[in-house]
Design a protein around this ligand. Structure first.
Ligand code: SF4
Length: 57
């Protein structure tokens, strides 16, 4: 399950830049996972997130 903890997310955009098909910055300025199709990319995004807001497992 690919998930973003919106309480932690600071909306830096790194995950959306790395995996634009998986993460989008919503109207609230926070990232969300829009599908579950690319776990490999989501894992890389999770490693790159500065606040560890992404879980991908
Ligand atoms: S990389 Fe982390 S902090 Fe940055 S937008 Fe994505 S989930 Fe939010």
């Amino acid at each position: 399950m690919i998930k973003v903890d919106k309480d932690l997310c600071i909306g830096c955009g790194t995950c959306a830049a790395l995996c634009p098909d998986t993460f989008q910055i919503g109207a609230d300025g926070k990232s969300e996972a829009v599908n579950q199709n690319n776990m490999d990319c989501a894992k890389k995004a999770a490693e790159s997130c500065p606040v560890q807001a992404i879980s991908a497992e």
